[in-house]
Design a protein around this ligand. Structure first.
Ligand code: GUN
Length: 279
């Protein structure tokens, strides 16, 4: 039976460490402020934004809220970002995604100063990750590396299969596992023989966005299984991209949903914010 990797506990540990570090940095006169921009009032986004602001408060950094209406123009958002880019009191800028359809997400992300892009979405930060240079790293994949390391799971030399190739999770995840010296295979919806490829994985990371897609037929006995998916059914019950009940008995370690990968994203966002104070 698999060990359950407790993301809630590990994220709480990280936030505790950051809180202590922030207090020490403040003693040296260093401050940090995160600007959080939400456009419209998508309920899921509102929950995420609220939790991000709560985490800031907990670790001792300032959060500044900017709420733009659903009908605001792309130019209004770009102007706000420009103003925050120039503001020396603002260290981090986060635009909650998704944006309304009339806005170009790529253009908005590119408008954020790479030095303040705590989400790690700007092409300059993505490029830095590709060539192993310093920069902000996307929070969910960075959180997964922490989950593995803090659970004592060795990455070096392991066969890692990533299912999904999104810019936010799949692609940076593959690059981070490569940086940790895993042998990495990236798979996606057009991959042939997906089951066979997944079954070769020592570490299987699933971010495909399909509810309970990964059944036991995809998993090697003793594999580590990381589930990035989150799906809510009509009774508000959460499940992931992995059929947990079926996979748990054959894996050596597995992340539950909820309480696995989810809490790590905010912990790593806080780490990215604190990193702006360390300089
Ligand atoms: N929407 C879903 N995930 C994220 C995230 O990590 N950052 C931002 N800004 N928006 C998101």
């Amino acid at each position: 039976m698999a060990e359950r990797i407790d993301g809630k506990k590990i994220s709480a540990e990280i936030k505790e460490e950051l809180k202590t570090e922030v207090a020490a940095l403040k003693e040296q006169g260093k401050e940090a402020a995160l600007a959080v921009i939400q456009v419209g009032a998508d309920p899921a986004s509102s929950v995420y934004v609220r939790n991000k602001k709560k985490a800031c408060e907990y670790i001792g950094i300032k959060s500044l809220s900017y709420e733009l209406s659903e009908t605001s123009t792309e130019q209004e958002l770009l102007d706000l970002i420009e103003q925050l880019n120039k503001d020396d009191a603002v260290n981090g800028i986060l635009v909650q995604l998704p944006l309304p359809e009339h806005m170009d997400e790529d253009k908005v992300i590119k408008a954020i100063s790479p030095q303040k892009d705590v989400d790690g979405f700007h092409p300059q930060n993505v490029g830095a990750l590709v060539i192993g240079q310093e920069g902000f790293v996307s929070c969910t994949p960075a959180g997964i590396i922490q989950l593995l390391k803090r659970s004592g799971i060795e990455i070096e030399g392991k066969n890692c299969v990533v299912v999904g190739r999104s810019n936010i999770v799949g692609k940076p995840m593959a690059l981070l596992m490569l940086r940790e010296n895993a042998t990495v295979t990236v798979t996606h919806s057009k991959t042939r023989n997906l089951k066979e490829i997944c079954k070769e994985a020592d570490i299987l990371i699933v971010a495909i966005g399909k509810k309970e897609f990964i059944t036991k037929e995809y998993v090697k006995e003793g594999a580590v299984v990381i589930d990035v998916g989150i799906h809510r059914d009509e009774n508000n019950k959460l499940s992931g991209d992995v059929k947990f009940d079926e996979v748990e008995p054959i894996a050596s370690a597995i992340t539950p949903v909820p309480g696995g990968v989810g809490p790590m994203t905010i912990a790593m966002l806080m780490n990215n914010c604190v990193s702006t104070m360390r300089k």
